[in-house]
Design a protein around this ligand. Structure first.
Ligand code: HEM
Length: 451
């Protein structure tokens, strides 16, 4: 059983930083606003809000201070995200975080990826079959939903040894209801003004219920292959360990939720933004196909060949520079500090805007240009440390970053060799920055099957 949260508990609560930042984030081009602020006021911008001080950071030396040098001075901020993440490790700090992370770490060691490879390919093939039908009917598809459902399938198969026992399209909708800060804000404003908000409350309650039921459905499903050493078996072993009372059943449930969100939404946004960029840069898509033909002939890649798909990987890295799925990292100052000559007070919220660093001409030449060659071995040597942080940095960096790049390399190569996904929306696509950097209204494509 999951812990019950009020259905409208969350991002729209008045004290939530997401609620406080909505005037900024609901602008037509929120990232351009942030960039202008940094240009005008520099790399440290203290903002005094009612009962709360927020400090926006965008210089690499300040990222290093918070994430590495004084990491224990800055704790995680996850208020408003509890219905999604529960008490999973992404939300906790200190010795408990370390204890909870330890038994899961092995599942993300690169030596495990070969074992995941056939399961990742199964999920991608199923997606390709679905796209073949779209190519026949000529219907328009929303790409974030397509890539989200693919990423969820990959996580379930590779890490949990289960075929998805839930309707991923329905769960995708439920999760969106939750992470849509604007919607939460509307619910809250109506509450404050005494208006009835039955419909929104009802939607939020349904979303919360659907999401809360997912881990138990996965646990109840039959294993695909009875593998002994999956992320799920590692977590169940920790639960069964009498010397590890902290890793109780709720912990297993919440860790699963965390993987189905943190490992799905981010990987999916990367692939969807990547297909958008490729649709507007067809020469790059062609180079990916050429690389795949050169490395794998006319077959699907085998595991040994995946390491040689270097250009494809560079395209994915450049996508995450332009569209970092997690565009900001938030921490709470546990003690007073000083950053760039500005006093940081205990309790201040520190927002590290990785998006700004990724687009800053101080760190990147011609930063708005889509140029995968930036990630060539030669040019990487010259890169300024901490100027590229899609997976954060330091001990709290993403556990699944390497895995996500394998997932997206395989998906990109396999899908692009069979299809030409053609973006049919406005260029440039508008951004909706909530917890993630998502396209406003989605990314709409027509799928054409290559002969
Ligand atoms: C493109 C894909 C991905 C991106 C951009 C991404 C980004 C991030 C970032 C920025 C953080 C740090 C958040 C913070 O410090 O506040 C993080 C943490 C985390 N990510 Fe990822 N992630 C991706 C894929 C994945 C995958 C595939 C998984 C697992 C299947 C995963 C699981 C996690 C977990 C569990 C944490 C928390 C780690 C901890 O606190 O110890 N992520 N991710």
């Amino acid at each position: 059983m999951s812990v019950a949260y009020s259905p409208t508990h969350g991002l729209g609560e008045e004290q939530s930083i997401w609620f406080k930042l909505t005037p900024l984030l609901s602008q037509d081009d929120p990232m351009a606003v942030l960039m202008r602020l940094a240009e005008k006021y520099g790399g440290v911008i203290p903002v005094n809000l009612k009962n709360q001080r927020v400090v926006l950071l965008s210089d690499v030396e300040h990222f290093k201070r918070v994430l590495v040098e004084k990491v224990d001075n800055y704790t995680k901020y996850f208020d408003g995200m509890r219905p999604i993440f529960g008490k999973s490790m992404i939300t906790i700090d200190g010795a408990l975080w370390q204890k909870i992370r330890r038994p899961q770490q092995a599942a993300f060691h690169p030596s495990m990826f070969e074992e995941y490879f056939p399961f990742l390919m199964d999920a991608i093939r199923a997606k390709a079959d679905r796209w073949s039908k779209f190519a026949e009917t000529g219907e328009t598809v929303e790409m974030v939903e397509e890539t989200w459902t693919l990423a969820a399938d990959m996580i379930c198969k590779a890490l949990f040894d289960r075929t998805m026992p839930f309707n991923p399209h329905f769960i995708f909708g439920a999760v969106k209801t939750y992470t849509d800060v604007m919607n939460h804000k509307k619910v809250r404003l109506k509450k404050v003004s005494g208006e009835l908000n039955e419909i929104n409350q009802e939607d939020a309650a349904k979303a919360s219920k659907a999401w809360g039921e997912v881990p138990d459905q996965v646990l109840a499903a039959d294993p695909i292959d009875n593998r002994q050493n999956t992320l799920l078996t590692m977590m169940l072993e920790a639960e069964a360990d009498p010397d590890f009372p902290e890793f109780d059943h709720q912990q297993v449930v919440d860790e699963m939720k965390q993987y189905l969100w943190a490992g799905t939404e981010t990987t999916a946004l990367t692939l969807a933004w990547c297909l958008y960029l490729l649709s507007t840069n067809p020469g790059v898509a062609e180079r990916i196909r050429e690389e795949a033909n050169r490395v794998c002939g006319d077959r699907e890649p085998n595991w040994d060949e995946v390491q040689h798909l270097t250009y494809t990987r560079m395209v994915i890295q450049e996508t995450m520079r332009l569209y970092p799925p997690i565009w900001a990292l938030i921490r709470i100052a546990a003690e007073d500090d000083e950053i760039g000559g500005h006093q940081i007070k205990k309790g201040d919220k520190v927002v590290m805007c990785t998006y700004i660093a990724h687009h800053n001409p101080k760190y990147w030449s011609d930063p708005e240009k889509f140029d995968p060659e930036r990630f060539s071995k030669e040019r990487m040597k010259k890169r300024i440390k901490y100027s590229y942080m899609p997976f954060a940095a330091g001990k709290r960096a993403c556990i699944g970053g390497a895995l996500s790049q394998i997932e997206n390399t395989l998906a990109l190569v396999t899908l692009l060799r069979r299809f030409s996904p053609e973006y049919v929306g406005d260029v440039p696509a508008k951004i909706q920055s909530t917890v993630t950097l998502a396209p406003l209204g989605g990314l709409h494509f027509k799928i054409r099957e290559l002969s």
